[in-house]
Design a protein around this ligand. Structure first.
Ligand code: COI
Length: 357
C-alpha cells in the first residue's frame, strides 16, 4: 500500500538524550494519521509530528471516547533492518477496544502497513542498544465537537513513535507492587478488556498512593469481591506456584488480553510447563507464599516486557518473593522473547514482521 508522505523540514533527532532515553519522553519526526468522516476512513498518510489544533468542544476531552495500543520495533542485532513484534495482535486488539467504545473499526492490513512505513521513514530513531526499542503508540479518538453524551461521528487515528528504554527505572530488577483492596480498575461488564483511557484514569489515584509509599505499581483485584487477581495496569500478572504457571483468565472481560501474555503462554506450553489460565485469588497467593510454594511472580507487557515482582504488599503485610531476585523462569522468558525480538533467536511462530531500510 502506498501512502502520501510529507516530510519534516527539521529533524527532532538531536533533541533526544540518547544516553538517558527513559520511556515515552521523546517522539520521532513523523506520525501516521487517518481520519474517519461520512461513514468511512480515509487512506491515511505520513506527516510531520507536531502540534494539533482542537476545539474546546472536542468530545473526547469531555467523555473519553478514545483507545490506544502499544507495540515495539527492535533494531536487529545483525544490522539487517528492524523487527516489528506481533503488530497483527495489536491491530486486532485495537479493533476489539474500538468496538467496546463504539469507535468504527480500522482496516488491519492498512494499519500494519502504515506502521511499517512509519518505522521505515523514522528508522534512525530506533535505538541501537539491546533493551531499547522504538515504541509505537497508535491512538484513536472521537474528533467531533459537541456536548451531548453520544458516540462521535468523526474520528482520528494517529500512530506516533518514541525511542524508549525500560518502562521501569529498575529495568529488569524486581519491582515492589501494592495490592489495592479499596480502589478498583474494572468490573465485569465494564471496559477492563479495552485499552481505553478510562481504565488508566481509574488507576491514577491508587497509583499515586502506591508511588508515595515506594511501590512501582498497583495490583488490582476484581471489582466485586476484591479477591480475584485482575492485573497490574501496565502488565498482566503471572505466578509460579508449585511449578505451575498461573495467570488470570480473560473470560470475565476485566483484564487486557496482553500480547506479551500470549507470547509467554505460547512459550510455556511449548516448553512443556504446566499452565493454567484461571481465577486466582489473592488468598491463594498469600497461602502459597506462606507455604513456600510461590517461587516467582512477574508481570508481562509490551512496555515492561517481563518485570519480576520481588515484593507484593497486601493489607499492610509484605510478601518477599524469591529474595527480591529475578527467578530462572522469568529470566528464561525475558531472554527468549528479547532474543526473538532482536533477531538473535529462531522466530518459530513468525511473530516478527521484518522491516528493511
Ligand atoms: C504497553 O505495555 O504498551 C502499555 O500500554 C502499558 C502502559 C505504558 C500504558
Amino acid at each position: 500500500m502506498g501512502f502520501k508522505i510529507t516530510k519534516n523540514t527539521k529533524t527532532r533527532f538531536n533533541d533526544v538524550d540518547w544516553n538517558n532515553l527513559r520511556f515515552g519522553v521523546y517522539f520521532s519526526d513523523h506520525i501516521f494519521i487517518s481520519k474517519y468522516k461520512d461513514g468511512k476512513w480515509d487512506d491515511g498518510e505520513l506527516v510531520p509530528y507536531g502540534g494539533m489544533t482542537m476545539e474546546p468542544g472536542l468530545c473526547t476531552l469531555h467523555y473519553g471516547q478514545t483507545i490506544f495500543e502499544g507495540l515495539k520495533a527492535f533494531r536487529r542485532t545483525d544490522g539487517n533492518g528492524a523487527n516489528l513484534f506481533r503488530p497483527d495482535m495489536n491491530a486486532k486488539r485495537l479493533n476489539r477496544s474500538a468496538s467496546l467504545v463504539c469507535i468504527p473499526n480500522y482496516d488491519l492490513p492498512r494499519l500494519i502497513d502504515g506502521m511499517k512505513e512509519l518505522v521505515k521513514l523514522d528508522n534512525k530513531f530506533i535505538p541501537k542498544h539491546k533493551g531499547q526499542s522504538l515504541y509505537l503508540r497508535p491512538v484513536v479518538y472521537g474528533s467531533g465537537n459537541f456536548l451531548g453524551v453520544t458516540a462521535s461521528a468523526e474520528y482520528t487515528l494517529i500512530v506516533m513513535t518514541s525511542p524508549v528504554a525500560s518502562y521501569y527505572a529498575a529495568g529488569l530488577n524486581p519491582v515492589k507492587i501494592m495490592v489495592s483492596d479499596d480502589h478498583v480498575r474494572a468490573v465485569k461488564g465494564g471496559l477492563g478488556a479495552a485499552k481505553t483511557a478510562a481504565n488508566y484514569a481509574a488507576s491514577l489515584y491508587a497509583g499515586m498512593e502506591a508511588h508515595r509509599k515506594g511501590f512501582s505499581q498497583v495490583l488490582w483485584l476484581d471489582g466485586v469481591n476484591r479477591k480475584d487477581i485482575d492485573e497490574v495496569g501496565a502488565m498482566n500478572m503471572m505466578f509460579v506456584i508449585d511449578g505451575e504457571l498461573i495467570t488470570p483468565s480473560l473470560e470475565k472481560g476485566t483484564v487486557l488480553a496482553g500480547v506479551t501474555r500470549d507470547t509467554v503462554l505460547t512459550l510455556a506450553h511449548e516448553w512443556g510447563m504446566k499452565v493454567s489460565e484461571r481465577d486466582i485469588s489473592i488468598d491463594e497467593v498469600v497461602d502459597a507464599h506462606a507455604n513456600g510454594k510461590l517461587s516467582e511472580a512477574f508481570g508481562t507487557g509490551t512496555a515492561a516486557v517481563i518485570s519480576p515482582v520481588g515484593q507484593l504488599t497486601y493489607k499492610g503485610k509484605d510478601m518477599i518473593i524469591n529474595d527480591m531476585k529475578i527467578g530462572p523462569i522469568s529470566q528464561k522468558f525475558y531472554d527468549t522473547i528479547t532474543g526473538i525480538q532482536y533477531g538473535e533467536a529462531e522466530d518459530k511462530h513468525h511473530w516478527n514482521q521484518h522491516i528493511t531500510f
